[in-house]
Design a protein around this ligand. Structure first.
Ligand code: GTP
Ligand code: MG
Length: 462
């Protein structure tokens, strides 16, 4: 049942300055009244909603803590229901005791994401806004926070509403032209109709173009550093994370496991993986396992960016050639940036072999720092092509949204074909399909399964 009273600790478990216990549903305020007494002696109902009330929190035995109560009345709350927020001291035990007191008075423990789910069901937010809330909670970079904030405030919803209303206006024009052909209205001409369909398609294509940057900014980029042994992977990894996280030695096969570190480059989170150097032969069982993992990382669907290192101070050998070959097989689906390392030393490497297959390489020296800043810019540029769109516009951040916009374009293409072949009335079905598909991006008409999937990623208390 939806309006039953739910409660949860909304702040992280542990020791902190304060903790917030949230209560939402029909009767949330009455319930809070049973365990909270204001210091002023006044009843909670004598205060206005959203007013911070100082008082004591009680369980069955005695006062547990003093804190602040704020209540909200439906529909003016996060969930759209009556809500109470109780702030108490942030100790693990005191917080648990306050929550238990709330549950004792009849509230049910909230499930993960249930507060936001209620906000969605009560029309307080759309699906893209709910997804943005999730992204805000897991944001690992500054740009991710700013993007999530824009989407929480409806940037993507507004964009999809604009596309929907353009389509609805087209549909009504088509209906009018079929129902009243004798009127011969200007906007009923096929050429005008085709132009309008084309404009909506351009809007959709524009949205699709934002996906790569949007996804990278919102979710970070899984980045693997690969290369043969001793090429300088760990040294480069350390310089990207600005710390000595990986062991560096001149012994080939130093790194045997995969090391993971987060590096924020120009406000984007790159999850960097340093791997074992790839070579044909090793007697070390552990290193051999590390090499297998490094190879798997290259083809893994999770890997989005591969930084492929080649040592400019050594001759190109079989290990380099094998690497070039395996990278050439994934280059269409992943971003591969070839890099020549140790450029402070004399170059003897056959650079053409790499650049012909993998494209222009960047030259760096982890020892002198040469080329690293320029390379970082290239790494960011390869994901965020247009700064302004991720800074201010509506962007697609996940596959679900992308799939809907792509499907909408398919409907529009078919509609266009039908209009061009004189079957305007048939195009209506396609245009309506397009409206429904765009509507799915933000609406309540999507399958329960999809909604469950979105909210399952949330923590309890959100
Ligand atoms: N001159 C010079 N030497 C470097 C540079 N980068 C790394 N080295 C040296 O190259 C050797 C290997 O460096 P690592 O960073 O451990 O190389 P790696 O690719 O991680 O090696 P494995 O983990 O064994 O595969 C060390 O002696 C480093 O000091 C560089 O830019 N210039
Ligand atoms: Mg290493």
């Amino acid at each position: 049942m939806l309006s039953d009273v739910i409660a949860a600790v909304s702040t992280p478990r542990g020791t902190g300055g304060i903790a917030v216990i949230r209560i939402s549903g029909n009767g949330a305020v009455d319930l809070a009244q049973k365990l909270f007494r204001s210091k002023s002696g006044k009843d909670i109902s004598e205060y206005s909603p959203r007013f911070a009330i100082y008082g004591d929190i009680y369980d069955e035995k005695s006062a547990i803590d003093s804190g602040i109560l704020t209540y909200y009345l439906a529909p003016n709350s996060y969930t759209g229901e009556d809500m109470v927020e109780l702030s108490c001291h942030g100790g693990f035990t005191v917080t648990s005791m306050v929550l238990s007191a709330v549950l004792e008075k009849g509230a049910r423990m909230a499930e993960g994401g249930e507060f936001t789910r209620r906000a969605f069901i009560n029309n307080k937010i759309g699906l893209t806004e709910a997804e943005a809330v999730g992204n805000m909670l897991t944001a690992e970079s500054e740009r991710a926070v700013r993007l999530s904030n824009r989407h929480i405030n409806g940037a993507l919803r507004e964009k999809t509403e604009y596309v929907s209303s353009s389509l609805i206006s087209i549909i009504s024009s088509v209906y009018a032209s079929i129902d009243y052909p004798e009127e011969d209205l200007e906007d009923m001409q096929d050429s005008e109709l085709l132009e309008r369909i084309c404009r909506v398609r351009e809007e959709c294509q524009g949205l699709i173009n934002t996906y790569r940057s949007g996804h990278a900014v919102a979710h970070g980029v899984n980045t693997v550093i690969v290369g043969k042994t001793n090429v300088g992977k760990s040294s480069f990894f350390n310089s990207l994370v600005s710390a000595k996280k990986a062991i560096v030695t001149d012994i080939p096969g130093t790194t045997r496991d995969v090391l993971e570190q987060l590096a924020e480059i120009d406000g984007i989170a790159f999850r960097l993986f340093d791997t074992a150097g790839i070579r044909d032969k090793t007697d070390d069982v552990i290193e051999a396992m590390g090499i297998d993992i490094a190879k798997e990382k290259i083809t893994s669907p999770e890997t989005e960016l591969i930084l492929a290192l080649f040592d400019i101070s050594r001759e190109l050998d079989l290990s380099d050639e094998a690497l070039i070959k395996s990278l050439s097989e994934v280059i269409g689906e992943k971003t591969v940036i070839p890099i020549f390392t140790k450029c402070d030393k004399t170059a003897v490497f056959d650079t053409d072999k790499v650049e012909k297959t993998l494209g222009k390489a960047y030259r760096i020296s982890s020892h002198t720092g040469a080329g690293i800043e320029e390379l970082k810019k290239e790494i960011v540029r390869s994901f965020v092509t247009c700064d302004s769109e991720v800074e201010v516009g509506a962007v697609l951040t996940n596959v679900r949204q992308l799939a809907s916009v792509k499907k909408c374009i398919e409907f529009l293409n078919t509609a266009e074909g039908l209009v061009s072949s004189g079957m305007k009335d048939m195009s209506l079905i396609e245009l309506e399909g397009a409206v429904n598909t765009v509507g799915e991006i933000d609406s309540r008409t999507v399958a329960e399964k999809v909604v469950n999937e979105i909210f399952s990623k949330f923590c309890v208390g959100k």
